[in-house]
Design a binder for this molecule. Structure first.
Ligand code: CP
Ligand code: NVA
Length: 301
C-alpha cells in the first residue's frame, strides 16, 4: 500500500491494519514509531473527528501534525494542486487531505513522493469505513454479520461497501431511488464479494432491515450537497433510523453513525442514546485505526 485513497488500496492488507489498530488501542502511547515524522493535513471542508484523531494520533506515535486549511493555503488562491503536492513532499512525511472532489486527491497523490491519505471526498471516506469494520469486529468478534445501511448512498456508504466486501461481511444498502451508492464502487464491491463470500444488496424498502446485526446511517445532506437540502429531506424522510426500524433488526443489533448526526432527520435521539448505539466507540476507533494506517504508510521508509 503506497497511499490510502480508496478502501481498494487496502485489498491486500485490510486485516493487518485492523490487527495493528488492536495492538495500538491497548497501549496508545506505547509505540512511538513515527518520531521526527510530520503529517500535513489539508482540509477543504470542516472536520471534528478526522482532524483531532489524526493530530492526536501523530502525537501518540511520537510525530507531529500540521493543520492546513485550504482557504489559507495558496491552493485556495488557485495554486495548482500538482505544485502543492510537489512542494509539500519536500517538507513533510505524509499528507492527509479532505477535499470536495475525489479526483483532486488522486491528482495530489500522483504528484506527491510521500504517502497520501484520503480524509474524505465526495466519493469515499476510507478511514471511516476501516474504523467502522474494526468497531464491528471488536463487538461481534466476527465478520459474519449483516449490516443494513439506511439513507443516502454517499461517500461513507461507498467505502463501507468496499470494506464489507473485502472482509466477507453481508451488506444491504436501503436508499430511495436516485440515492443509491456509486455504480462503479458497487461493481468493485461485487467483484470482491465473489472471493470473500459477502452478500451485497441494494434495496429501496426499509423492511429489508429485518434481521440485521448492524444498522448504520449517515446524514441526508453531506457537505457539498447543501443546495439540495429540501429535495433530500423529502426523498429520504422514510429512511430514518428510529425505534420502529430498530425493532425490525436483530434484538442485539448495533447502531452506528459516523457523525456528525442530525437528530430528528436520519436518526432519532431515542436511538442515538439507546444501549445498542456503538457510536462513541466508533468515533474513538478512528484514532486507533488511523494510527495503524499512519504506522504502516509512513513507518516503512
Ligand atoms: N466522521 C467524520 O469524518 O467526522 P468529521 O467530519 O468531524 O471529521
Ligand atoms: N457523508 C458526510 C460524512 C461526514 C463525516 C459528508 O460527506 O458530509
Amino acid at each position: 500500500m503506497k497511499h490510502l485513497l480508496s478502501v481498494t488500496d487496502t485489498q491486500d492488507n485490510i486485516l493487518d491494519i485492523l490487527e495493528v489498530a488492536d495492538k495500538l488501542k491497548k497501549d496508545p502511547w506505547g509505540y512511538q514509531t513515527l518520531k521526527n515524522n510530520v503529517l500535513g493535513m489539508i482540509f477543504e471542508k470542516s472536520s471534528t473527528r478526522t482532524r483531532i484523531s489524526f493530530e492526536v494520533g501523530m502525537l501518540q506515535l511520537g510525530g507531529h501534525a500540521l493543520y492546513l486549511s485550504k482557504s489559507e493555503l495558496q491552493l485556495g488562491r488557485g495554486e495548482p494542486i500538482e505544485d502543492t503536492a510537489k512542494v509539500m513532499s519536500r517538507y513533510v512525511n505524509g499528507v492527509m487531505i479532505r477535499a470536495r472532489e475525489h479526483s483532486d486527491v488522486v491528482k495530489f497523490a500522483e504528484n506527491a513522493t510521500i504517502p497520501v491519505i484520503n480524509g474524505l471526498t465526495n466519493l469515499e471516506h476510507p478511514c471511516q469505513a476501516l474504523a467502522d469494520i474494526f468497531t464491528i469486529y471488536q463487538d461481534k468478534k466476527t465478520f459474519n454479520v449483516h449490516l443494513a445501511y439506511l439513507g443516502d448512498g454517499n461517500n461513507v456508504c461507498n467505502s463501507l461497501l468496499l470494506a464489507a466486501s473485502l472482509v466477507g461481511m453481508d451488506m444491504t444498502v436501503i436508499s430511495p431511488e436516485g440515492y443509491e451508492p456509486d455504480v462503479m464502487i458497487l461493481e468493485q464491491a461485487k467483484e470482491y464479494a465473489q472471493t470473500s463470500g459477502s452478500k451485497l444488496k441494494v434495496a429501496n424498502d426499509v423492511s429489508e432491515v429485518k434481521g440485521a446485526d448492524v444498522i448504520y446511517t449517515d446524514v441526508w445532506v453531506s457537505m457539498g450537497d447543501e443546495e439540495e437540502v429540501n429535495q433530500r429531506l423529502k426523498m429520504l424522510s422514510e429512511y430514518q433510523v428510529n425505534s420502529d426500524v430498530l425493532n425490525l433488526a436483530n434484538p442485539q443489533a448495533m447502531v452506528m453513525h459516523c457523525l456528525p448526526a442530525i437528530r430528528g432527520q436520519e436518526i432519532t435521539e431515542e436511538v442515538m442514546s439507546c444501549g445498542q448505539a456503538a457510536i462513541w466507540d466508533q468515533a474513538e476507533n478512528r484514532l486507533h485505526v488511523q494510527k495503524a494506517i499512519l504506522s504502516i504508510l509512513l513507518g516503512k521508509k
